[in-house]
Design a protein around this ligand. Structure first.
Ligand code: ZN
Length: 111
């Protein structure tokens, strides 16, 4: 079982049940397609769990991996790319280990 590091798990959590964060954000970014756009561009939300706020869907790639800036995480290209790399290249395709992505976060000044 993979233990997801908090440096990745916490921002990823902000991509779920994030409807109200999106409403209070100026910008959003997508961990899947790495696009950054106005929070107003996010118009589709899906309910993934009963009793919880809805989850934003990316207007570009339609994946529910939208990071709203009101979450407190930086909606910046480098941060989005590292997080996306971790979740979609490392975990799914096992290209490089977690340490690689932690190093990238440190190099970019996020850790
Ligand atoms: Zn996207």
């Amino acid at each position: 079982m993979t233990i997801w590091h908090d440096a990745f798990k916490k921002p990823h959590d902000a991509c779920t049940f994030n409807q109200f964060y999106v409403f209070n954000s100026v910008m959003c970014g997508c961990f899947y397609c790495h696009e950054i756009y106005s929070a107003k561009a996010v118009v589709t939300f899906v309910r993934t769990k009963e009793g919880m706020p809805k989850t934003a869907v990316c207007p570009r790639c339609k994946v529910d991996c939208v990071l709203p800036d009101a979450s407190g995480y930086p909606v910046e290209k480098s941060f989005i790319q590292i997080q996306g790399g971790y979740w979609f290249q490392n975990i799914n395709k096992n290209i490089v280990g977690q340490d690689y992505w932690l190093t990238q976060l440190k190099k970019a000044g996020y850790l």
